[in-house]
Structures are given as C-alpha cells and as structure tokens.
Ligand binder design. Structure first.
Ligand code: ADP
Ligand code: MG
Length: 443
C-alpha cells in the first residue's frame, strides 16, 4: 500500500506511542498495521508473515493496550501469557515486551525450562501481570498449582508451528484449558498457516479468528456498505439522521446512541414525525426487552433506537440499515453493531455520524478497516468540523531530538534498534517494573 501507516494511526494508547517513540519506532510494518487494529478490536487472530517482519510488537502492543484500557478479570492471575517455542525466542520476546513497559506500572516474568523452579514459584507469587514462557515449564507450574490462568484475557502463541513441531501440543492444550473462558482473546502467529497441526490447534483454541497472511491476497468481500458523515453538534447530527431516514430505502433500521437519554429523546422525536420507532435501553427489565425485540422482529416497529445493549448477537434479517448516531467507544463494538445488517448474504448499509467527541473512536475504526475513509456529505448539510489533529505522544524535547537521530541512523542501516549492553542482563526472573534506560549521550 502506498500510504505507510504510522503507529500513531493504529489507535494505540498514548503511553505505548511514547515508548515506541523512545526507541525510534514510527512506521509500523505490514504485519503490525494489519494485525494491531484487528487485535485491538478484540478479535482472535491467526497470522503469518516472514521472520523479522515485526510480529512481536504486533501482539505485544495490542496486549498492553488492552491491559491499559480494560479492567483485569482477576487481581492475582496474569492478564496475558505469551508462549514461545524456545528459551531464546522467549527471552527475545520478553526483552521486547519490557521495552514497551517503560513508564507503565506493570510487572512481567519470564518462565523458562532449565531454570530454577522454586525461584520461578517465588516470582509467580508476586502476581506478575504478564508472563512470557516456554510451554513445558508453564504447564509444570499449572500442575504444581503455582499459577492459575483463569484471569487471562489474552493468550498469545508465537511461532505456533514450531511449538507443535517440538511436540508441545499437549502442553498447549493444558494451558488453553486452564485459561478457557468466553472472553479470552487468542492471538496465534505461525510462519505458515498450511501446517495441518496448526489448523487443528487453531480450530480448538481460536474463536472465529481473522486470518492475516502477509504476502498472500487477503481481500475481504463484504456485503455492507459503510459511510461516515462529519457532524458539528447534536442538532447537526439530528438533521443528518432525519435526512438519511427520509432518503434511505430501508426495511428496518437500528440506531445506536451513546446514552439512554439520547435513545429516549430520539425515539420521541421520531414518533412525533410519525415514524414507527421504539427505544430499547438498559433500564428495561428482561421481559420488557424481550417484548420490544419480538415486536421489532415482527416489524411492528421499523426503527429500533438503542445503546450498545443490542449490538451483540441480534440476527434480524430485515435490518437493512445500521446508523451510529454516536460512534461506539470500542472498535469491537463497531464491528458488532455494523454486523447487525448485511446478514446471511443480504446487502446492508452502515452509516456513522462523527462529531468531535466521536473522533478518536472513528480513527480507531478507520485503522481497523485499513482504508482511509472519505466522508460523505448531504446536500445543504455540510458542517464545519473537519476532524481533529492526532494527539502527539508526550515526549520531552531532548528525547525527541535523540530519537530522531536514532531513527535516521537506523533507517540508513536498516538494522534493528540497538539496545544498551545492560539490556538483556536486565532480564531476570520475576523482577519488577522495567524502565527503559535512556541512552547516555555518546562521548
Ligand atoms: P518476527 O517476530 O517477525 O521475526 P520481530 O518482532 O522479532 O520479528 O522483529 C524483528 C526486529 O525488528 C526486532 O529487532 C524489532 O525490534 C524490530 N522492529 C519491529 N517492529 C519495528 C518497526 N515498526 N520499526 C522498526 N523496527 C522494528
Ligand atoms: Mg518472532
């Protein structure tokens, strides 16, 4: 693609951008620009790309982003586990993870075979948030009950094909079962996706994964047309909504709003215009909700106005249009909402109204869709809002100059970033927060 995406366009938390900046990482690699938005959106992933293409950050960044943005399921269990086939690879991944932990108050531990078991037990008792491990030893700790994985929200398998070649399938299954719950996200990386065993294990462990294979055609056909409208303020949004409803040839519509108050107000206004709309909001009890949904399914109402309560699982064939009156906070939610239309081969239309408050969410969706989005404009309803500038990560002046130097040097040599000598010596079992060392000015 001709517009290389930068990390700052991938919807990542600013603290991560700051750390990337510290190492002079600006341009995301192919696998990173494809995998990160998908993983940030909460989807499972089965990805392959050649070695050295930056797969590690492609899973480390979304894993950390999620930890920064969501609550842990458990205070004690690790939030994420990264499995790698060999000690060396696990160490490398751990190093990369630690470089992204700077300034964050998270702990991480490396659990490798061949090292002192009891030291590892002690390290695990300090409840590290992230674990990088080889599968054999991690499975031993499960057996020994020095570790529980019920609270894991992200399980990552790096070089899955190699782990299987090394005979780790039983351990992988044991770890998978120890961390098995509906809300776990699983990211699987493998050099090849045509490895039969990789496919078997993927079927077991992944939930409707997005497949990304760099170097292969990966185009996705979709039956949903998505358009976006810039809006100045609430009145402008309502004017655009009204026009859309006047002009669209819809069977049934679902309108999503950010708040219950908006849901109720909009419904009232639509009813005053004699449009058959009904509000479904979180304050109704289950029976009331069921009644409304079954009426909507029987097309008693043509328009359903709701907050995110309706975005998952609904399968109503006649929903031709989904309108995001407000953008959802999480890209995952966008995917669920839009997926309410265009079901089972039907064509669908998704329209999103993007005001200043929606801008950040919009940018994340744009990154997820991997295209630069052109806004649609309705006659006579063009507003003034043109989008917001990206927020700059908060980097000190001196750092920025240093990073620039580093970056130029790196670009010339095309070599991975050099780290201080002490870098890998810093890697030890169970130690606490790591603050990346600032490079001393060269004498
Ligand atoms: P893979 O897992 O595909 O073999 P790695 O994640 O190990 O690749 O990355 C290879 C090297 O490239 C590492 O030294 C890493 O620090 C560096 N790297 C990763 N992403 C970037 C990037 N976006 N820009 C510059 N260097 C990067
Ligand atoms: Mg790798």
């Amino acid at each position: 693609m001709e517009h290389p995406l930068q990390f700052k366009d991938l919807g990542l938390d600013n603290r991560l951008l700051k750390n990337l900046n510290h190492y002079g990482f600006k341009q995301a690699t192919d696998i990173q620009r494809q995998a990160i938005p998908v993983a940030v959106a909460g989807k499972d992933l089965l990805a392959s790309s050649k070695t050295g293409s930056g797969k590690t950050l492609a899973f480390v960044l979304p894993m950390l982003h999620k930890a920064l943005k969501t609550k842990a399921f458990s205070a004690r269990d690790p939030r994420a586990v990264i499995l790698a086939p060999t000690r060396e690879l696990a160490k490398q991944v751990y190093g990369e993870l630690r470089s992204m932990l700077g300034g964050l108050s998270y702990t991480a531990t490396l659990i490798l075979g061949g090292e002192n078991f009891n030291d590892q037990v002690k390290a695990l008792r300090r409840y590290p948030k992230f674990i990088v491990a080889t599968p054999g030893r991690l499975a031993d700790h499960l057996e020994h009950r020095s570790l529980f994985l019920d609270g894991v929200d992200t399980l990552i398998l790096d070089e899955a094909d190699r782990m299987l070649d090394l005979g780790f399938a039983p351990e992988l299954r044991r770890i998978h079962n120890a961390a098995k719950h509906r809300r776990r996200q699983t990211l699987m990386f493998s050099a090849t996706l045509d490895h039969a065993e990789v496919n078997d294990i993927a079927v077991e462990m992944l939930n409707d994964p997005k497949r990304i294979s760099i170097g292969h055609a990966n185009s996705e056909h979709t039956d949903i047309t998505q358009s976006f409208y810039l809006c100045d303020h609430l009145d402008h949004k309502e004017a655009i909504l009204n026009r859309i409803l006047e002009e669209a040839d819809y069977k049934q519509v679902i309108i999503f709003t950010a708040t219950r108050v908006d849901t109720e107000r909009l419904t009232k206004e639509l009813n005053e215009k004699k449009l058959k709309a009904v509000a479904l909001s979180g304050n109704l009890n289950q029976t009331q909700r069921n009644t409304i949904m079954s009426q909507f399914e029987r097309a008693v109402f043509k328009i359903l106005v709701t907050t995110d309560v309706a975005s998952r699982g609904l399968d109503i064939a006649n929903v031709t249009h989904v309108i995001n009156f407000d953008m959802p906070k999480h890209t995952e939610e966008y995917v669920h909402r839009v997926g309410r239309t265009g079901r089972a081969g039907n064509k669908g239309t998704a329209l999103s109204l993007v005001g200043p408050k929606d801008w950040d969410s919009f940018k994340r969706v744009e990154a997820f869709l991997q295209q630069s989005i052109e806004f649609s404009v309705l006659d006579g309803l063009k507003g003034k809002f043109k989008g917001l500038n990206p927020r700059k990560p908060n980097v000190k002046k001196g750092d920025a100059a240093k990073n620039k130097r580093q970056h130029v040097k790196k670009a010339a040599k095309k070599k991975p970033v050099k780290r201080d000598k002490s870098y890998y010596q810093n890697v030890s079992v169970g130690d606490d927060v790591f603050i990346p060392k600032k490079k001393k000015p060269q004498e």
